[in-house]
Every structure is written in structure tokens, then in C-alpha cells.
Design a protein around this ligand. Structure first.
Ligand SMILES: C[S@@+](CC[C@H](N)C(=O)[O-])C[C@H]1O[C@@H](n2cnc3c(N)ncnc32)[C@H](O)[C@@H]1O
Length: 269
């Protein structure tokens, strides 16, 4: 696969969460933040050069990633245990025979398990699955598919995983097959507004502004007495998220933070 990269100097007054919210709404682009010599950069990746207009940032100048980029990033993604049962690892590393292995091939879908927001969701997921034994989960914003895959490997019989980004869905499809769970997870292209039904457990690792758009749908899709696990917002915004979710019928039962990110577990009234 060809990959293009553009490194943009970040303006001093940059509010990262707003930039991330804009980028997460765009198709075909993924990003990371880098710090070099005390200066911060926003690094964009895309499968072809594209126009990305971000306030305060210069227009991207795209360069093709040199041959071998696929193998170079392997140095940065290593297998790691998470919680009391999971082990997340890339396909080029062996799993851990004493744990439940989730194999993730990194692609354009967010979710190698290295980000704190994914980890917060995984911790709550392990706890809720053990206690509640849900028959099915809904994973909103599945990215690489990591949460849906972890859910079924932890013992949930079935999952529905939805994403608005086609490239994320392709990555998720590949990861379902790698984990042999493609028969148990249904992938849906789109936004939760398009979904019908009720789920005893809903997972959503989305950015702050996406939650404001879909909170009513998350409530509609969660069974009464069912659970909602969310992350993707800054820990300092936890109280605002809790208020938003309680306004649509959820009660927060646990809130956690990791490296400045927030995660919460709610019950639907
Ligand atoms: C932060 S990633 C989470 C990926 C993975 N679930 C994890 O926990 O690592 C958020 C994902 O949500 C998707 N997304 C954003 N807004 C969405 C929406 N309204 N409906 C469905 N997916 C959405 C993005 O395309 C992205 O793949």
C-alpha cells in the first residue's frame, strides 16, 4: 500500500482536541502528534495527497513514504498484557499462551491498544463482561475493530461494530479474520443514527464532539439496565460528559483517567 505523509508545525495556541475532532470526521486521513526538539508537529497520513484545511496550520505538502515504511513502524508496536486476561499483539509477534490474545494489524483504523482511551475501554469491558455476561455488544467507532474483537474473545457471543470511515472498516475486517471471529462480528458502515435494536452493552471510544452528536442514539440503542462504556474525551471533560449522558438517561457508575484521558461506565435507567 502507498502512504503519504505531511508534517505540519503546530501553532502555539493550538487546541489539540478541536483539531483531532476535525480530523476524526474526515475520511481517508489519520494522524499523530510528534515532538521534535521541543517543537510540536501534527503528522498527517493518507493513502493519497488530499486537501486538509485546519485553522492555524499551513496547507499540507505531501511526501510519499519511502519503501519499507510498513516494516519500520513495526519497531514501535509490541505485544503487551492488559487487564487481568488480555494480551494485545501485532501479527509479527507471538501471543501469550496464558492470556486471551487479540491480534491487531495496524492500518488506517485507530486502535492498536496503545492509546489510553482504548485501554480505558478494555479495562471496563473486561469487568462488565465478567459480571454481566452480555449476549451481544455494540461497538460504535470500531476503528481497527479492537474492542469488538476483545469482547467476543472475552466470551460475548456476538458483536455489531460500526464506523463512518471506510478505511477503518477495511482494517477491522482484516483484524476480524486474523482473530478468526469474522462469523461473530457484523461490521456496519455508517453512524449509530442508522442502527436499530437494543444492546445490553454498548462501547464507544469517540471524541468529545462526536458524543454530543450521538448521545441520544447511544441511549436509544442501550437496553434499559444495560451498560455503556465510553472514552475518547479528556479527563478534565469527564464531568461534562457525565452531565451529557445523564441528560439522555444514563447514570455514571465509575469514572477513570489514564494519561490525561477519561473513561466512564454508565448504566441506562
Ligand atoms: C478513537 S477511534 C476508536 C477506535 C477503537 N474503537 C478503539 O477504541 O481504539 C474513533 C473511531 O470512531 C469513528 N467515528 C467517529 N465518529 C463516528 C460516528 N458518529 N459514528 C461511527 N463512527 C464514528 C472514527 O472513524 C474512528 O474510527
Amino acid at each position: 500500500m502507498m502512504l503519504w505523509m505531511s508534517r505540519l508545525p503546530s501553532p502555539p495556541s493550538c487546541f489539540e482536541e478541536v483539531v483531532e475532532a476535525r480530523l476524526l470526521d474526515m475520511d481517508g486521513v489519520t494522524f499523530s502528534w510528534e515532538e521534535v526538539g521541543g517543537e510540536k508537529f501534527l503528522v498527517l497520513y493518507a493513502s493519497q495527497p488530499m486537501d486538509v484545511a485546519l485553522e492555524g496550520f499551513p496547507k499540507p505538502m505531501w511526501e510519499e513514504m519511502p519503501p519499507g515504511w510498513e516494516t519500520r513502524y513495526r519497531e514501535y508496536f509490541m505485544g503487551f498484557p492488559w487487564g487481568s486476561r488480555l494480551f494485545i499483539h501485532p501479527p509479527w509477534e507471538k501471543g501469550n499462551p496464558s492470556r486471551i490474545n487479540v491480534m491487531i494489524n495496524p492500518g488506517l483504523g485507530f486502535g492498536t491498544g496503545t492509546h489510553s482511551t482504548t485501554r480505558l475501554c478494555l479495562s471496563f469491558l473486561e469487568e462488565v463482561v465478567r459480571r454481566e455476561r452480555p449476549e451481544v455488544v455494540l461497538d460504535v467507532g470500531t476503528g481497527s475493530g479492537i474492542l469488538a474483537i476483545a469482547a467476543v474473545k472475552l466470551g460475548v457471543p456476538r458483536a455489531v461494530a460500526i464506523d463512518i470511515d471506510q478505511e477503518a472498516l477495511e482494517n477491522a475486517r482484516e483484524n476480524l479474520v486474523l482473530n478468526g471471529v469474522q462469523e461473530r462480528v457484523v461490521l456496519v458502515a455508517g453512524d449509530p443514527r442508522a442502527l436499530k435494536g437494543r444492546f445490553p452493552l454498548v462501547l464507544a471510544n469517540l471524541h468529545f464532539y462526536a458524543f454530543l452528536k450521538v448521545s441520544k442514539d447511544l441511549a436509544r440503542l442501550t437496553s434499559p439496565g444495560g451498560h455503556l462504556i465510553i472514552s475518547g474525551f479528556l479527563a478534565k471533560d469527564g464531568p461534562v460528559m457525565a452531565d451529557e449522558m445523564s441528560s439522555v438517561g444514563f447514570r455514571e457508575v465509575e469514572g477513570e483517567s489514564l494519561m490525561g484521558w477519561g473513561g466512564s461506565l454508565f448504566v441506562r435507567g
